[in-house]
Design a protein around this ligand. Structure first.
Ligand SMILES: [Zn+2]
Ligand SMILES: [Zn+2]
Length: 380
């Protein structure tokens, strides 16, 4: 078992906060907390507001402490081919979990960049990266824009955004949900441009739109839903890339995005952190939901993200891939696949088919064993 004891202890001590990473915000609403300023866009009567109970944290802590990397399957990582991505008019590369590097309109855009070895409030502690980054942070190009979907730790990492703010050539523009600009001023020392749902900004020939999501926000139980969460649609001409961020399944959400912004050519659908299902269903898609969302938003193609990198749900990291394969098969879905971390995927596949990768059929993505953070995965 390749897990160091001090790390285990540290992980246990930090886990309660760290799992707030994404499994969200966690503590039951019925405790009478003050009304939060932001609410979900769709009313779901069966969502009582109850979230993950304390036993969940203990269980997650135990898994962190006792994880056997030699028995943990994760997606494969391929080195990111920056030159190939740079040549694309409009293409994306998955950096693991929810992090994306996007090439669009001559710009370099990062979405939800988390380049650290752990996803949590204390650097080095909390859910650990199980699959390596496909590119070292030093090798990234000068980033023009950073899009943040929401403030959970697995989507907004202080060390990463501080690093980006200090990049040679000047800080990128940070686009964030309403209320999150103050955090950037305080914690990063740079400003951020705040968005409300459906607000868009055009840069050159691309348009970036902040779209609703059914989720929540908060970096501690005391700041629940006080900054706005959402997803992003990047459009270049009639080509659209949809990044939902974290969201529960509500059919109207995806149909409204389709209706207001047009059909989607490529979506990076979140498929991980979905068990225990009775609680997670109000925060996250599961693979079967994601396949339905792919249909609702009329995506030409989708691939799964938010899985296989930081384990946040009770499912094992590679379960999302096998459950997606089953969902695609049972629903007879077309165009929903998986990609290795680091693969470049063209947003408009037909135009870029000769030079970029297509998502694989879910069952064709073969796992590798988990490796230490930032190292290469090992072939089985
Ligand atoms: Zn998340
Ligand atoms: Zn989240």
């Amino acid at each position: 078992m390749r897990v160091r004891l001090p790390w285990r202890v540290a992980a246990a001590l930090s886990l309660v906060g760290a799992v707030a990473a994404c499994t969200t915000a966690l503590i039951a609403r019925e405790r009478g907390e003050a009304a939060a300023p932001f609410r979900n866009p769709y009313v779901v009567p069966e969502d009582t507001g109850a979230r993950v109970p304390g036993t969940y944290f203990l269980r997650r802590a135990w898994v962190q402490i006792t994880r056997n990397l030699d028995a943990t399957d994760v997606p494969p990582t391929v080195p990111l081919d920056l030159a190939a991505l740079e040549d694309q008019q409009f293409a994306v590369s998955w950096l693991g979990h929810a992090s994306m590097l996007v090439r669009a309109g001559g710009l370099w855009i990062l979405i939800d960049p988390v380049l650290s070895a752990t996803a949590g409030p204390v650097p080095g502690f909390g859910p650990a990266r199980l699959a390596p980054l496909p590119i070292t942070p030093d090798a990234l190009p000068h980033i023009d824009v950073v899009l943040v979907s929401h403030d959970h730790y697995d989507h907004l990492d202080r060390a990463t955004v501080r690093r980006l703010a200090a990049q040679p050539g000047g800080a990128p523009r940070f686009f964030v949900g309403k209320g999150l600009g103050h955090w950037f001023t305080e914690e990063v020392g740079t400003g951020a441009e705040e968005f409300v749902w459906w607000q868009a900004r055009t840069i050159g020939d691309i348009t970036l739109t902040f779209v609703p999501a059914q989720h929540g926000s908060g970096r501690s139980p005391w700041h629940r839903n006080d900054t706005l969460w959402g997803g992003w649609v990047i459009a270049q001409g009639d080509d659209r890339f949809y990044f939902p961020g974290d969201t529960a399944y509500v059919g109207d959400l995806f149909r409204d995005i389709r209706r207001r912004l047009g059909p989607v050519h490529l979506a990076a659908m979140p498929i991980g952190a979905y068990r225990p299902r009775d609680l997670m269903r109000h925060e996250h898609l599961d693979p079967d939901d994601a396949v339905q969302a792919h249909a609702d938003v009329e995506a030409m193609r989708s691939f799964g993200v938010h899985w296989g990198t930081f384990q946040l749900g009770d499912e094992e990291p590679f379960d999302a891939a096998t459950d997606l394969a089953a969902a695609v098969q049972s629903r007879g879905a077309e165009g929903f696949g998986l990609a290795p971390i680091g693969a470049t995927i063209g947003v408009h596949g037909a135009a870029d088919a000769a030079t970029v990768n297509m998502p694989l059929a879910p069952a064709d993505l073969k796992p590798v064993r988990a490796g230490p953070a930032l190292a290469q995965g090992r072939a089985r």
